[in-house]
Design a protein around this ligand. Structure first.
Ligand SMILES: [Zn+2]
Length: 45
């Protein structure tokens, strides 16, 4: 299980495979993925 954290609104949320999740302020969002992707920005490495 992966989690993302947004330092701006201090929201910590889990990622799911089914849907795109985002924090309360919408600054950080992401989706759990099994393959590594080259998309930049919202996804952590
Ligand atoms: Zn946020």
């Amino acid at each position: 299980m992966k989690v993302l954290y947004c330092p701006k609104c201090r929201d910590l949320f889990k990622l799911t495979r089914k849907e795109l999740r985002e924090c309360k302020c919408g600054r950080v969002k992401g989706k759990y993925r099994t393959k590594r992707d080259r998309n930049r920005g919202t996804d952590e490495t």
